[in-house]
Ligand binder design. Sequence first.
Ligand code: ZN
Length: 401
Amino acid sequence: MRPPQQSRLIRANHEYVKRVNTQIVLRCIREHGPLSRAEIARRTELYPATVSSLVSELLEQELVVETGVGASTGGRTPVLLELSPKVHRAVGVALDAQTVEVGLVDLLGKVVHRASAAVDGGGPHGVMREVKSLVEQVIEDAGVGGERILGIGAAFPGAVDADAGVVLGSQTLPGWGRFPLRDALRLEGHAVCRVDTGANAALCAERWFGSVGDGESALLLTFDWWIGGGLMIEGRIYRGHRHAAGEFGHLVVDSNGAQCYCGSFGCLHTVASGEAVVAKWRRRRGTDRSQALLELLDAADEGDETALSLLDEAGRYAGIALAGLINALAPDKVIVGGVLPHRSATFFRRLSETAKRRAWPHAAESVEIRRSALGADAFLLGAAALVLDEWFTIPQVPAIP
Ligand SMILES: [Zn+2]
């Protein structure tokens, strides 16, 4: 007879192995489907009986569907399986200083229902009340039962301990430090609930619905009023010690530069953020900061030389910072998001050219620098992609307690 502790350990191992195998099968169907059970077994090198039993459960959960028959290879005609993208939904919540947006997203990255509300920048409790009511609203509008909701994810504009689900701090939303966002967000009866920074969430969305391939390494930089950043190393988000990785806005690019809000001097934020560009723009009229930034971008569209040269200079500094990042990390892709690169071809072109010219040639030759194709929905899709990640990404070996 086994001692009780050992039998508990074996049971945990069985659950873990089953979870890994389920995710291997799901991922194989997602990437290569439609596939027969025999083909899944061949590709994954799992036993056919294991594949059959896992597929039965996935069919019951309606995560996969039988979609037709394949060519017979002599025996019984095989039934083909594919992902069922339209049955299940993930709830995404994108928070920022002025608005909260909630969307119901299918497995193909389509926002099928959405709702948003203005928030006054108040503390987390009032905002979370609003979030809960928006979540209820989109689920009710969509008419889906709770069992079709895979989970809920949130993209937060600030530092997050994604493992603990706790906010560490935010320049955009002050007063949220130490707030247990994941617990506050959890839906009744749904196991999956994930929170992360906006940039990490947007990177997940790029891998799910955008241009980052499975297992690739990618950097994401966003240029709005603030600068955001995230890293994906060989398919996994890299968070670093104390969840502090990805602070690309605080790379020092000007040794004699102005003081940054972080306390240092000459950070990328002081020369390439929306805030920095607006501060230098003499023509600014609007009192509202996002309004002032949009006015500057409009002026650049109309050929205003001052606006164009400010955006060009900001893009050059951003490119210098990016060259350093490319040298350090040699990513496959660099995704550039946010209002500056999306609205200003001048900013993006200068950023891209400078990075390619200044990075080490071997890494610079092959890196692909592109604007995010997900546009304004990047954070919302990213929040939903955090949930899909939990379902479809093979878990890492857990730490030994
Ligand atoms: Zn700084």
